[in-house]
Design a protein around this ligand. Structure first.
Ligand code: NI
Ligand code: MN
Length: 226
């Protein structure tokens, strides 16, 4: 399987026959190398309802008949946009044809901002545990540090963890380094930084702070093979 990073929180996983996109924020994401018209995801998985995570989901899903996996509220909203969805919720796991997905908690907001100056409630934000081809991948979504990350790591030994380091809206580098101590993954990749001025960070400094496992700063388009 090939796991690639595409700026902000966008992660792509290419398995034997399936392409999975996590939080496909492409339009308006100056750090991404992806183009909406070129992406053909079979599956889209969303961590929460913020616009910098839902991104281009509706257009991509409609064009490619993608299955969108998200928390119940967000999935229901997207089903009203005539997108094919699979609703889940925190603590729940489900076996899909590409692997298993489990939603974990995340401490954050999850309102979708509409053009009409409205915020629509999109349920609880989540982190994602993905069990694919014998590997366990954790995408923390947007979250602050929480001590139950210890439980997540104990219950599900993690091969690769994507952790936000931007600060301001999520964990900053110090808290993300502590998250790595809680989770004990085999490798950490920092995400959710440098996209907007308030989340400017040096990812190399963060990687240097890691003491329980190595970290890898991934540039947009870079991939890891398992
Ligand atoms: Ni968010
Ligand atoms: Mn965000």
């Amino acid at each position: 399987m090939k796991i690639s990073y595409h700026g902000h929180s966008v992660v792509k996983i290419e398995t034997d026959g399936k392409t999975i996109l996590i939080d496909p924020f492409i339009t308006g994401n100056e750090l991404t190398d992806l183009k909406v018209e070129e992406e053909k995801p079979d599956v889209i998985i969303l961590t929460h309802g913020h616009n910098d995570h839902v991104g281009d989901t509706v257009e991509l899903a409609k064009k490619n008949d993608s299955l969108v996996i998200a928390n119940h509220e967000l999935a229901t909203y997207l089903s009203w946009k005539l997108v094919k969805t699979h609703p889940m919720h925190i603590g729940g796991a489900y076996e899909f044809d590409f692997g298993k997905v489990k939603l974990t908690q995340a401490f954050h907001g999850s309102g979708l901002m509409t053009d009409g100056n409205e915020i629509i409630y999109m349920g609880m934000p989540a982190g994602l545990l993905l069990f694919i081809e014998g590997k366990t991948i954790y995408h923390a979504g947007d979250t602050g540090l929480f001590s139950d990350m210890k439980l997540i790591g104990e219950r599900h030994p993690i091969d690769l963890a994507f952790l936000p380091i931007g600060d301001n809206f999520t964990m900053g580098p110090e808290d993300a380094a502590e998250a790595a101590r809680f989770l004990k993954p085999k490798k950490v990749v920092p995400i959710h930084y440098n996209t907007f001025p308030p989340i400017k960070q040096d990812p190399h400094k963060f990687v240097d702070m890691l003491d329980v496992c190595p970290g890898q700063v991934m540039s947009a388009g870079e991939s890891i093979e398992y």
